[in-house]
Design a protein around this ligand. Structure first.
Ligand code: BES
Ligand code: MN
Ligand code: ZN
Length: 508
C-alpha cells in the first residue's frame, strides 16, 4: 500500500473515494461539514432522515453526491466525539480499512486524522491509520492454491493533514510507520509459515536474505560444531531430539558512532515446540509453530530500522532450534553445563526456551552491550497472568523498564511489568545441579522463567519480554501479530532521539 499526506479542502479532492467522519448522534465532523456546505447540504439531509446514526462500526457508501468532484463518499461512524480514545480510533480505522477494501476503489482520501484523541498528536494518528490499514488488509495466502484477491484492490491512501505547516512532520510519520508496517508484515509472514518449511536452517536463510536487501546488515550463522566448541550445551540439549540442526543466527548493524555500545535483541527461535520427551498434549499443538515469533520480531525490527537507516549500533541474536522427542533427545533429569559454567538439571524438556536463551545471553556478554532485550514466547503462565493484550515485561534495570514502557505507550504496543524479586529464586533450587529449569509447582510460572534468565544476565542491563499471549491470535483469526516490532522499533527510535539530546547538551 502506498501512503501519502496532503493538505487541502475535502470538496476540492478529485478522488475515487472520499472518507469523512460522522459523530454520534448524526453530527458531521468539521471536514464533513465543510464538504457538505459545498454540496448543498446533501449529507446533512441524509443524517436528518436517519440513514446513519454515527455509531462506531457503522458506515455508508454514497455515489453521485451532487456537486462533488469525488466519485464516492464513504461516511464512517466515529461514536461520541468526547469518547474517542486510542482503542476507539483503532476500531474506527479498522472498520474504514475493511470497508475500503470491499468497495473496489483503488484509491481513497481519508479525512480522519483530525479526530481529537486525548494526549495524541497528528503523527501518532497517522501511524495508527497506516498500521490499522495494513493489519486489516494482511493475508497469508502464499500456500493456498487459489488466492481470493479483490478484483480492484486498494492501492493508495491519501491522508489529509490540517495545514501545510504539518506536512513535514506528517511525512516523517508516514516514513516511520511504513517501515514499521513492513517489519510487522515480515514478522507475520515468518510466524505464519508451517513448521515443516520454517526450520532453523530456513530461518537462517531468511536472515541472510534480509542482509542481502540491506548492505548495512551483516549476518553470521554459527553451526552446531561451533556451539559445541564454545560450550553452549544448554542450547544444544534442546535440539538433540531433532533431525534439524540448531543454528545461532547473528545479525550486526553498525551505523552508530564506533564507540557506542550496541543494543542487543535476542529472539527465541523454536521453530516447533513439541515439548520434547515432556511431550505436550495434542490439542492445539499446531500453534507451537509460533514458538519462533520472538525470532521473527527481531528480524522484523531489523527490517524496520535498517529501512529507516537509524544511526545506531544493533546486534540481533537468534538461537534457532526444533524441540522434538527422539532416541537422542534430552531426558528429564539430564544435567548440562551452560556456557556460563552454571549447571542445569533439565527436569522438564518443555521448558526449553530458557535453555536456548540462557546460553545466548551469556554469549551476548562479549559484545559489552548498552542493553540486552530478549523476546520470547516463553510461558503459558504469562497468558494466565496477563491475558493476551500486553507483553510481560521484566528487567534488572529500572531505567530500561521505563524506556520500554514509554516506547510501548507511544507505539500502542503495550507492556505490563512483572516482578523479578529474589524471593522467587529458591524455587529453582536443585539437589543435583546449580539450578533446575523448572520449579516444583506452577506458581508464578512467567516470573520463575524470567528469574531463571536473570541468572544469566547479571553483567548487563537486561529486559525480557514474554510474548506468549501477544505473538499470535488463536481461534478463527489464527495468525501471527507481528508484535512487538512496533514497540522495539519505537524503542530504537527513542534511543536515536536520546543520543541527539546528549550531543546537544555536550555542545553547550
Ligand atoms: N513455548 C512454550 C510456552 C507457550 C505455551 C507459549 C503455550 C504460548 C502458549 C514454552 O516452551 C513452554 O512449553 N513452557 C512451559 C513451561 C513449563 C514446562 C514450566 C509452559 O508454559 O507450560
Ligand atoms: Mn516448551
Ligand atoms: Zn517453547
Amino acid at each position: 500500500m502506498e501512503f501519502t499526506v496532503k493538505s487541502g479542502n475535502p470538496e476540492k479532492q478529485r478522488t475515487a473515494c472520499l472518507v469523512l467522519g460522522v459523530y454520534e448522534s448524526r453530527r458531521l465532523t468539521p471536514p464533513a461539514e465543510q464538504f457538505d456546505s459545498a454540496c448543498g447540504g446533501y449529507l446533512g439531509n441524509l443524517l436528518r432522515r436517519g440513514d446513519l446514526e454515527g455509531k462506531p462500526g457503522q458506515s455508508l457508501l454514497l455515489f453521485n453526491v451532487p456537486e462533488a468532484l469525488c466519485e464516492r463518499v464513504l461516511l464512517v461512524g466515529c461514536g461520541r466525539e468526547r469518547e474517542i480514545d486510542d482503542r476507539r480510533l483503532r476500531q474506527i480505522l479498522t472498520h474504514t480499512a475493511t470497508a475500503l477494501n470491499d468497495i473496489g476503489a483503488t484509491e481513497a482520501t481519508v479525512y480522519l486524522t483530525d479526530l481529537a484523541v486525548k494526549g495524541r498528536d497528528l503523527g501518532w494518528k497517522i501511524r495508527q491509520t497506516i498500521e490499522a490499514v495494513e493489519e486489516a488488509l494482511y493475508r497469508f495466502d502464499a500456500l493456498k492454491s487459489k488466492k481470493d484477491m479483490p478484483r480492484r484492490p486498494l492501492r493508495r491512501i491519501i491522508l489529509s493533514v490540517p495545514g501545510r505547516r504539518e506536512l513535514p512532520g506528517a511525512e516523517q510519520a508516514v516514513r516511520e510507520s511504513a517501515a514499521i508496517a513492513a517489519g510487522v508484515k515480515f514478522a507475520k509472514d515468518l510466524g505464519n509459515m508451517p513448521p515443516n518449511l520454517c526450520t532453523p536452517t530456513w530461518l537462517a536463510e531468511q536472515a541472510q536474505a534480509l542482509a542481502g536487501e540491506f548492505p548495512t546488515l551483516h549476518v553470521q550463522i554459527l553451526e552446531e560444531a561451533e556451539l559445541e566448541q564454545m560450550g553452549m550445551h544448554a542450547l544444544l540439549a534442546v535440539s538433540r531430539g531433532s533431525a534439524q540442526p540448531a543454528k545461532l543466527i547473528r545479525l550486526d548493524y553498525r551505523q552508530g558512532p564506533a564507540k557506542q555500545k550496541p543494543h542487543i535483541l535476542v529472539g527465541k527461535g523454536v521453530t516447533f515446540d513439541t515439548g520434547g520427551i515432556s511431550l505436550k498434549p495434542g490439542e492445539g499443538m499446531d500453534e507451537m509453530k509460533f514458538d519462533m515469533c520472538g525470532a521473527a520480531s527481531v528480524l522484523g525490527t531489523f527490517r524496520a530500522f535498517a529501512e529507516l537507516q537509524l544511526p545506531l549500533n544493533v546486534t540481533g541474536l537468534i538461537p534457532a532450534v526444533e524441540n522434538m522427542p527422539g532416541g537422542r533427545a534430552t531426558r528429564p533429569g539430564d544435567i548440562v553445563t551452560s556456557l556460563s559454567g552454571q549447571t542445569v538439571e533439565i527436569l522438564n524438556t518443555d521448558a526449553e526456551g530458557r535453555l536456548i536463551l540462557c546460553d545466548t545471553l551469556t554469549y551476548a556478554e562479549r559484545d559489552e552491550p548498552a542493553a540486552v532485550i530478549d523476546i520470547a514466547t516463553l510461558t503459558g503462565a504469562c497468558i494466565i497472568a496477563l491475558g493476551r493484550h500486553p507483553h510481560g515485561l521484566f528487567s534488572n534495570h529500572p531505567p530500561l523498564t521505563h524506556a520500554l514502557q514509554t516506547a510501548a505507550q507511544a507505539a500502542g504496543d503495550r507492556v505490563w511489568e512483572l516482578p523479578l524479586w529474589d524471593d522467587y529464586q529458591e524455587a529453582l533450587d536443585s539437589n543435583f545441579a546449580d539450578m533446575a529449569n523448572i520449579a516444583s509447582n506452577r506458581d508464578g510460572g512467567a516470573i520463575i522463567a524470567a528469574c531463571f534468565l536473570a541468572r544469566f544476565a547479571k553483567k548487563f542491563h537486561w529486559a525480557h519480554l514474554d510474548i506468549a499471549g501477544t505473538a499470535w491470535k488463536t481461534g478463527k483469526a489464527k495468525g501471527a501479530t507481528g508484535r512487538p516490532v512496533p514497540l522495539l522499533t519505537q524503542y530504537l527510535l527513542d534511543r536515536v532521539a536520546e543520543a541527539d539530546r546528549d550531543d546537544d547538551r555536550a555542545a553547550h
